[in-house]
Design a protein around this ligand. Structure first.
Ligand code: SAH
Ligand code: SF4
Ligand code: F3S
Length: 471
């Protein structure tokens, strides 16, 4: 009787093949903020455990998920045009499933199924862990779409564990969810619910687990991370001091901060904790106190600038970035000029600027002092021109300096170059060299600063090598 070399009889093979799980393909399209990126990582890891592997195109997929954002109308439109593109693909591949997840799912609920009847699955951000259950149901009966958009009911602590299939050197950990601020333009409290934090112990456990898998940089995420832990008597600075003790963790980042909730204890972390990167995203939104009040932001420009000064004093090489909305209802040209002044005074390394987009259900959307689209566009252009000039000047200041960067991988545009990131979160390009690994820390000389990045050369000085984790 012929016998296979591993000691199995040939007859047993068909049975073995029968028991091998059948892999299916999933394609995840992600829009929106880092929180959505982190949720997509989570979905990928959950799906991996039920034998779905990630494929490169929707054409190769048995399941397509669109993880959506509804922060501005443009973001929301992206999801419906992507879904429409998939309609004809679905008719060619009748077994394919299409799911809409994330913030638009939470906001629109059954409306999605009415407008896009070829969608099989709608899951809100709090329901993504139900994916395996939902797919099993759909595989039994595809004729009834599944809609799950309930916020979980816990009132105090949010229990969760970070799930990432193949962690790279830099990863996100969501430390909280939701937002209690209700800024008058913002949809997030509606799409992500009330604010809830995880415990520091569980976040530290996650951090250690990821660090043991080779992660060297963690970005802690929350929509308003300055109020982290408020319902369970913990705080962000406590988390940072604890994370800082983890030996192999080299960099700590976090986002997003609300200036009104930024406390001195957090600023002190920039003095005490060298692993805390020299970068702070502190969205000002507007440079006019009148508009800040109308936005329900509850800080003044003077208070904001005081915090900027304190941060610069605590960490002189800190790079600041910000979000600004132009054309908020009632914004006059004079208000807008005040915003330009704040940008000049803060000298943001990077500015994210947006034309105000009325969001359904938010209090500012029905005000009768809306600004014309033309005016919004022209203010946005003027602001962006100023911001670009400042970014470029601020990057040029690095020319001639020696800095440490963490390597991320070959440059997407030109594989003869590698890309890394400075502590200030600026992308740095340098010539590729044999033996470079993502997660290596190297010292470089900056030769040129441009609007978007720094060009650098490797120095001879040794820095920190990432161990080979391929085995
Ligand atoms: N939690 C973060 C903001 C998340 S949304 C914070 O509080 O800073 C990211 C940015 O989108 C906001 O800072 C704001 O500048 C912008 N944004 C939010 N709603 C908007 C709207 N309706 N129109 C235009 N921009 C908006
Ligand atoms: Fe939106 Fe304001 Fe909450 Fe930020 S703080 S998520 S802008 S409501
Ligand atoms: Fe968008 Fe939701 Fe994030 S609305 S910005 S994906 S929280």
């Amino acid at each position: 009787m012929p016998t296979a070399s591993i000691g199995l009889s040939v007859e047993s093979l068909p049975k073995l093949v029968y028991h091998l799980p059948l892999m299916k393909g999933v394609y995840i399209q992600t829009y929106g903020c880092q929180m959505n990126v982190s949720d997509s990582d989570r979905m990928e890891a959950i799906l991996d455990s039920i034998h779905y592997e990630t494929v490169k195109t929707p054409q190769d997929a048995d399941l397509v998920l669109v993880n959506t954002c509804s922060i501005r109308e443009k973001a929301e439109n992206k999801m419906s045009s992507f879904a429409h593109e998939l309609k004809s693909l679905k008719s060619q591949k009748p077994g394919m499933l299409l799911g809409v997840t994330g913030c638009v799912a939470q906001q629109e609920k059954e409306q999605i199924l009415k407008e896009l009847p070829f969608v099989d699955l709608v899951l809100g951000p709090d329901n993504i862990d139900e994916l395996p259950w939902a797919l099993e149901k759909l595989n039994e009966d595809k004729s009834t779409p599944i809609l799950r958009t309930e916020f979980d009911q816990e009132s105090r602590v949010w229990e969760s564990k970070t799930l990432i299939k193949n962690p790279g050197p830099s990863e996100f950990i969501s430390v909280m969810k939701g937002c209690d601020h209700y800024c008058s333009y913002c949809i997030v409290p509606w799409t992500r619910g009330r604010e809830r934090s995880r415990t520091i112990d569980s976040i530290i456990e996650d951090t250690r687990r990821l660090v043991n898998k080779g992660v060297r940089e963690i970005t802690f995420l929350g929509q308003n991370i300055n109020t982290f832990g408020k319902r369970n008597n913990e705080s962000l600075h406590e988390l940072f001091y604890r994370a800082h003790e983890i030996d192999e963790l080299r960099r700590i980042r976090f986002t997003t901060s609300h200036p009104g909730d930024l406390q001195d204890e957090l600023i002190q972390c920039y003095v005490d904790l060298p692993k805390l990167c020299s970068y702070f995203h502190l969205p000002v939104q507007s440079g006019s106190d009148k508009i800040l009040r109308a936005m329900r932001r509850f800080y003044t420009v003077e208070q904001y600038m005081e915090k900027v000064e304190k941060l610069k004093k605590a960490r002189p090489d800190i790079a600041l970035s910000s979000d600004i909305i132009v054309g908020f209802p009632g914004e006059t040209d004079e208000d807008f000029r005040k915003t330009l002044e704040v940008v000049k005074a803060s000298r943001y390394d990077n500015l994210y600027s947006f034309a105000y987009s009325p969001r359904p259900g938010t209090s500012a959307s029905t005000r009768n002092n809306q600004i014309s689209e033309l005016e919004k566009k022209s203010r946005l252009m003027e602001l962006q021109n100023l911001a670009r000039q400042i970014s470029k000047e601020s990057h040029q200041q690095w020319e001639g300096q020696k800095i440490e960067i963490m390597l991320e991988g070959p440059s997407k545009k030109n594989p003869q170059f590698w890309t890394g990131r400075s502590s200030q979160n600026i992308p740095v390009h340098l010539a590729a060299k044999a033996g470079m690994k993502p997660g290596d820390f190297v010292l470089v000389n900056v030769v040129e600063g441009t609007l978007t990045h720094l060009m650098a050369t490797l120095t001879n000085a040794a820095s920190h090598k990432q161990p080979d984790l391929s085995n």
